[in-house]
Design a protein around this ligand. Sequence first.
Ligand SMILES: NC(=O)NCCC[C@H](N)C(=O)O
Length: 404
Amino acid sequence: MAHNADTEVGRLRTVVLHRPGREFMRLTPRNNTSLLFDGIPWVARAQEEHDVFAAALRERGVEVLYLADLLTEALAIPAARAELTTKVLAGNRLGETLRREVGEYLGHLDPGRLAGVLIGGLAHEELRTGSGLVYAMLDRHDFVIDPLPNLLFTRDSSVWIGDRAAVTSLAMPARRRETALTAAIYRHHPRFAGTPLLYDPGLEHLEGGDVLLLAPGVIAVGVGERTTPAGAERLARRVFSAGLAHTVLAVPVAQRRATMHLDTVCTMVDVDAVVMYPNLADSLMAYRITRREGDEPQVDEPGPFLTVASEAMGIDQLRVIDTGLDPVTAEREQWDDGNNTLAIAPRVCLAYERNVCTNAQLERAGIEVIRVPGSELGSGRGGPRCMSCPVSRDPIAGRPLSAG
Ligand SMILES: NC(=O)NCCC[C@H](N)C(=O)O
């Protein structure tokens, strides 16, 4: 089955989501900060919210694939099982004895339960028996395999560009193992096997939340807390040599939690329009990187993001939906992912209901807003775009968007 996504706003056909599960139940006040959550979500309510999100997508004809199902199906393939078991046991934390014992434990699990452990983690007490110094000295609540609560944000661990999947290189230690799961799915799952992979986790840091497909051939990459300049440059080289883009814009974003990815401050809602955090709409800059046949990519002096982007896209103006918010409301709604919308077609997007002012302004500008609850889901700081990995979108018809 062919998959393809080359814009942010083409009609969404297929998306990968992850419904939060046991990994959310692992969050405690002692570990939530290192696991990149700002609070302790009420798990059952988070699941309900996620179900509403998935149902809203299905109601609009979007095929929803669940990452846990894809992983379970992939794990039925011995090569995928071997690859993931080796990866989860790697590193020097467990030591030789415990590594062998955890390996034996995993070896007895069926694909569904193994997927559950790879996502939800494994506590010392769940292993039940063990031996050796490491086992003896661990607390019963310590993790032998760390949980992955941020798998909820499927946007970050892989991103489709055209007909290829880029498995990213995650910056934060709490998230790094996520890409072992996404890589195994794309490599082994029958639906995806054979998909050329554009990027891999061994490369320079790059996260999907920083990658915006502005138009066919034009990609913006946020550079900040998560994606490094080297990651943006590496992606540019990869998309240029694969013929997937002619221009990459490297967009510096402040290295702060509130702006961890470009999509926390800016998402597209139409072929020529973005919703953007007003407190930085005028100050966002971009370095234009362009392909040069047989030569090093050309890097230009930085210019205002909106100008550089519209030139690269070949349009008169990349419009910013004026949310007209006062700086305090804007800051509150940005923190709660008001700018993190998921477009499912031009001028139709999903957004958290709590961002009342931003949503009202979007509607005033002619954007249909499908509101979804996110009081618990948002405690990890991510909205509808962060919680979705589009795999297939229709091409935008009849508009020569890209300057080429
Ligand atoms: N694209 C995104 O902005 N994703 C949100 C990721 C939130 C997650 N708790 C993190 O800190 O990585």
